[in-house]
Design a binder for this molecule. Structure first.
Ligand SMILES: Cc1cc2nc3c(=O)[nH]c(=O)nc-3n(C[C@H](O)[C@H](O)[C@H](O)COP(=O)(O)OP(=O)(O)OC[C@H]3O[C@@H](n4cnc5c(N)ncnc54)[C@H](O)[C@@H]3O)c2cc1C
Length: 398
């Protein structure tokens, strides 16, 4: 069989890997509009291998995050890639947040994740500079990796298995026998798998799928720490508002040992709205700003409060003050430089005006569309890719 995968992010690469594992002779071509893999979310994220305690047990995220964390650990070890097993704590600012710690603990236990509730003394032993109100959640399995390097190694492995890559050419339309690229080139195949991240909704619409959805881009910016001694020894997160998919300003320790705070979840105005006016698309701007205005007016899922709160984080002092509230001492002056931003391809249900929390897959016998591969889709990618391939490609052959 012949397969065309659109998008060379971690999801496209993982699905191609799973196809080759099930059908070694499959002819797989990955079409990517950029000149190399992982130029968007997959190479612009926090690099955290999440453990899997945020998600309710009935979700795809819960199913695949724990196993994905373990699978990338093995992948990194087999391929001599660095992994920082620095763990993570979720801390409470006051008594009102203790029920949030309890809820995350219960979700972790239901999802089969190694989590523990610890007191202030135990927290002190893990990281003496982190503060909490009475209790915190400890996750020893949360780690950090270099996501761009992982994708690069995975791409090389796929090339060795015979997967073909077409870089620097974008999908523009579907055709009778496959897809047509921006250069005019036609790529024929038996199946098309849409893993186009920020553009997955647009491509799905061409195939008659994803009609209830549109992507609303949310920008995540980070500030890097440049001081001599690290303010934290472990990843430190606040208790999140579980009604929306964002985790709040937190500390991440990268594989290089650098500390960054963020990411934000600032509503963006076009899909690749990383910096200034770069890559502006007026057509996207109309449509996205139109949805954002409606969400703002309706205050759907608290969007108005979220948008205002997130925009305030462009102010460095305010941004740093949020991180400062998680620790006892911080020389905030050392958070000077912004680091590479990322944009979440967050799906909005156009009818209910809700942000979709879980991964979404729609398909027929000819095409498969991965929608809403938002965080922690990097962590979950390998088992999620396996599941997509087993359920949507080889289901009738089992
Ligand atoms: C700020 C931020 C922080 C995050 N932190 C974490 C984290 O710590 N841990 C975690 O597990 N997850 C994290 N995530 C989520 C994770 O990065 C994404 O869920 C994951 O990378 C999605 O992968 P993808 O392959 O679907 O998308 P992408 O990486 O965006 O890949 C899609 C690809 O499709 C290509 N494409 C688009 N349109 C076309 C077209 N027309 N033709 C050809 N190619 C096309 C794009 O160029 C791109 O390369 C974070 C995300 C963000 C934005």
């Amino acid at each position: 069989m012949t397969y065309t995968v659109i998008g060379s992010g971690v999801i496209g690469l993982s699905i191609a890997k799973a196809i080759k594992a099930h059908e070694p002779d499959a002819e797989v071509t990955i079409v990517e509009k950029e000149l190399k893999e992982a130029m968007h979310s997959s190479g612009r994220n926090s690099g955290v291998l999440h453990a899997g305690f945020y998600y309710s047990a009935d979700s795809l995220k819960a199913r695949f995050t724990r196993d994905g964390n373990a699978a990338w650990r093995v992948f990194c070890e087999e391929n001599a890639l660095v992994i920082n097993k620095c763990g993570k704590v979720v801390v409470a600012k006051d008594a009102t947040e203790l029920s949030g710690i309890e809820e995350l603990y219960l979700r972790g236990i239901r999802n089969g994740v190694d989590v523990r509730i610890i007191d202030e003394d135990e927290l002190f032993l893990i990281d003496p500079n982190v503060k909490t109100y009475k209790k915190a959640l400890h996750s020893p399995d949360t780690s950090t990796v270099d996501p761009s390097m992982i994708c690069h190694v995975l791409k090389q492995k796929l090339e060795n298995l015979g997967v073909k890559f077409i870089f620097g050419d974008a999908y523009v339309s579907k055709s009778e026998e496959g897809i047509v690229l921006k250069s005019g080139r036609a790529v024929k195949s038996d199946k098309v798998i849409n893993c186009a991240g920020l553009y997955a909704d647009k491509i799905a619409h061409d195939f008659g799928f994803g009609k209830h959805y549109t992507i609303i881009p949310f920008k995540g910016i980070y500030l890097k720490y440049s001081g001599m001694s690290s303010p934290v020894r472990t990843n430190v997160y606040p208790v999140p508002n579980l009604k929306n998919p964002f985790l709040g300003v937190h500390y991440t320790i990268t594989v290089e040992g650098m500390v960054k705070i963020g990411p934000t979840a600032i509503p963006a105005f076009w899909r690749e709205n990383y910096t200034g006016m770069d890559g502006i698309s007026f057509r996207e701007l109309w449509s996205i700003v139109g949805y954002e205005l409606k969400l703002f007016i309706k205050n759907a899922f608290g969007f108005r409060t979220l948008a205002i709160e997130e925009m305030k984080k462009y102010n460095k002092n305010y941004f740093v003050s949020l991180a400062a509230s998680l620790v006892k001492q911080l020389d905030g002056i050392n958070f000077r430089e912004w680091s590479k931003p990322g944009i979440r391809a967050q799906l909005l249900n156009k009818e209910s005006f809700e942000l979709v929390q879980d991964f979404v897959v729609e398909a027929d016998e000819y095409s498969i569309h991965v929608l809403n591969a938002v965080s922690p889709a990097f962590t979950a990618a390998l088992p999620f890719g396996e599941w997509v391939v087993k359920n949507y490609i080889f289901a009738d052959k089992r």
